[in-house]
Design a protein. Structure first.
Length: 133
């Protein structure tokens, strides 16, 4: 009977101990993704949102209290996040840094595509000039 009671309590203990350390990085990352809203997880924005969320979690996860981690992870399952006051500035700083990083990468990508497009247009113009000679 004691073995049965011990076995029955294992899932409860495992869940309880997990709660003590806060939410996993993956749960917090999914919470950050969900904070961005539905439009951020559809189409072209999905990959960028995932990258942004991973950046935020990588920068701030270890510095957040378990309460803040859990609150952010709650957003992943439809809850709302109330980040502990002491963690709020850390979380916002990580969001700003990652937003700037992702925006810079996006701008570089646009510039590269524009440059390639321009090079392609110039090559086509040169080919037409050669044909007309």
């Amino acid at each position: 009977m004691k073995k049965l009671a011990t076995v029955a309590l294992l899932p409860v203990l495992a869940f309880g101990l997990t709660g003590c350390s806060g939410a996993s990085k993956d749960a917090v990352r999914q919470g950050v993704v969900n904070m961005q809203g539905q439009s951020a997880v559809e189409g072209d924005m999905k990959a960028r949102t995932e990258k942004y969320a991973q950046c935020v979690v990588d920068k701030v996860y270890d510095d957040l209290s378990s309460d803040s981690r859990s609150a952010i992870a709650e957003v992943a399952v439809g809850g709302s996040a109330t980040i502990v006051k002491e963690d709020h500035e850390k979380f916002e700083a990580a969001q700003r840094e990652c937003s700037e990083k992702i925006n810079k990468e996006m701008q570089e990508e646009v510039d590269k595509n524009n440059s390639e497009s321009s090079d392609s247009s110039n090559a086509t113009s040169e080919e037409k000039k050669e044909e007309n000679k």
